[in-house]
Design a protein around this ligand. Structure first.
Ligand SMILES: [Zn+2]
Length: 500
């Protein structure tokens, strides 16, 4: 992959206006697939959740999943969309080995939801309106695994495997209108938007919303135009970016790459691009087809979806609290300062903290662990925090072990690393590894005596009020106890000894 020339980010923004557009695919968590009765299940043996319908065998007839339609309507309503009283499915024709039907059943000119809007807050506190053009129903394709190459992509692979379990899984594709005016914050806005969609679908319970499993995937369109130009520039579409960090990085990269080309008088190729997390760069995919090339035509095997007003209104009544309202409520309930709360929101940790508090931790303890040590560990591993194998229950348990004095902060940080290594829950780890704080005064006094043996003058120093002399003994005791002593208690015992 040739290294592309990049323009300095600030300079790119001085010269060009950034326009982004986001397409988010949300995989629904219905029990069965979109048009057949096969299980919609992640992680089954390859090609076990398949039938003549999702394999596209001749003569098979699809039927629309009612629950999926309801989920689509709920998502549309949550995004402020109008719901179409009638909507047809269409066939989008293309040949692809992971789509056995040779067409994808989708919605084209009659999406179920359209014309919505949502407000998105970025880390700086700025709020941007994002227009929603449409949210439509479609089915997912199967999964290809390219084996034997260095990159996992088809180029250079020796052979490829196909798993049709995912073929026919219900998807909602949410498409924004062109988003202008975010300037330097366009990358953060893209990530914050996807985080909001994730929060919304998760709160509604219509998707597992796990990005690392591909439940929520984002295609990021980026184009530039000179400031003041009326016409939009040619866009690229970076496909299937699957973490919030990657979305932000990919958008920033495309801005810098396109600016360098345009500044030299070059032109942007309308194409899809792939994001490479390891290289921090995008590479060219395929030329982007226009809709005409797909030869859309109405699906003759499915009746139009015609949700009644009663159904739409009953779904509207069941919508969860709007994310912005929920944020306001939680900030008040938790009694967090603006700064504390912004840290939580920017870290994408609202759900984690809510769940940790529900599991028994105090809001401050939950905040401290998630935004502190857990975030640090995620950063060190270059991961989104939600990808770490640690649950809210585990963090709550850790906080309660600290609260009860069973372990101190230092031991808790150590316990965290073992939780991430898969050793079990904090309490199990503490007992299996013997990590409890030593509260037995006898053991502490023995360790103090041992430390004093090599520093006999310390007791005199303490008697004379030179307390800093105690530090060396406390340090030696902590070291001897491998950090499992309560430093405050050691200090108390030492002073008692000096004054006895
Ligand atoms: Zn099936």
């Amino acid at each position: 992959m040739a290294k592309a020339e990049l323009m300095d980010y600030e300079k790119a923004l001085e010269q060009f206006e950034v326009v982004i557009g986001l397409e988010v695919h949300v995989e629904l968590n219905t029990k069965t697939k979109m048009f057949c009765g096969c299980a919609n299940e992640f992680g089954s043996e390859p090609n076990t959740n398949v039938c003549p319908i999702c394999l596209g065998l001749p003569g098979s007839l699809p039927a629309v999943n009612k629950r999926a339609v309801e989920s689509a309507i709920s998502i549309g309503l949550a995004l402020g969309c109008s719901i179409a009283p009638t909507g047809r499915f269409a066939r989008k024709n293309y040949f692809y080995p992971d789509l056995a039907k040779n067409f994808q059943t989708s919605q084209y000119d009659e999406p179920i939801a359209f014309e919505g809007a949502i407000e998105i807050e970025v880390p700086s506190g700025n709020v941007y309106p994002v227009g929603i053009e449409r949210a439509h129903m479609e089915e997912d394709a199967g999964k290809l695994t390219h084996v034997g190459g260095a990159t996992g992509r088809i180029h250079g692979a020796e052979y490829s495997l196909v798993d049709y379990n995912r073929a026919g899984v219900p998807l909602i594709e949410i498409v924004t209108k062109p988003i202008l005016g975010a300037g330097a914050e366009a990358p953060e806005l893209a990530a914050a938007y996807v985080r909001n969609i994730r929060e919304i679908v998760k709160a509604m319970g219509v998707s597992d919303a796990r990005m690392e499993r591909g439940n929520v995937r984002c295609d990021a369109n980026v184009s530039l135009r000179p400031h003041g130009a009326a016409k939009l520039g040619t866009r690229t579409e970076t496909k299937n970016v699957n973490s919030l960090r990657s979305i932000e990085r990919a958008v920033r990269y495309e801005i810098q790459r396109q600016a360098a080309i345009l500044a030299k008088g070059g032109s942007i190729t309308q194409e899809t691009r792939h994001w490479h997390e390891d290289k921090g760069a995008t590479s060219a995919g395929r030329p982007k087809s226009d809709a005409d090339d797909y030869r859309y035509f109405p699906e003759p095997d499915l009746v139009p979806v015609q949700p009644s007003t009663e159904l739409v209104e009953s779904l509207r009544a069941k919508l969860p609290e709007h994310p912005a309202d929920r944020r306001k409520r939680l900030q008040a309930e938790w009694n967090f300062s603006e700064l504390e709360f912004r840290d939580v929101v920017n870290g994408g940790l609202l759900d984690q903290i809510a769940e940790t508090v529900a599991a028994g931790a105090t809001p401050q303890a939950a905040r401290k662990w998630w935004t502190g040590e857990v975030a640090r560990l995620a950063n060190a591993e270059d991961k989104d925090i939600i990808e770490l194998p640690i649950s809210a229950q585990q963090v709550a348990e850790l906080a309660s072990l600290v609260e009860s004095g069973k372990i101190n902060d230092r031991l808790a940080r150590e316990v965290l690393t073992y939780v991430l290594a898969g050793e079990g829950n904090p309490a199990q780890i503490v007992s299996a590894r013997g990590l409890e704080v030593v509260s037995d005064d006898g053991a502490l006094i023995a360790a103090i005596d041992q430390a004093l043996a090599t520093q006999p003058d310390v007791l005199d120093a303490i008697r004379e009020g030179r307390m800093q002399a105690a530090g060396a003994v406390i340090g030696a005791v902590m070291k001897a106890m491998k950090g499992s002593a309560d430093a405050a208690r050691v200090r108390e015992l030492l002073i008692q000894k000096a004054n006895s």
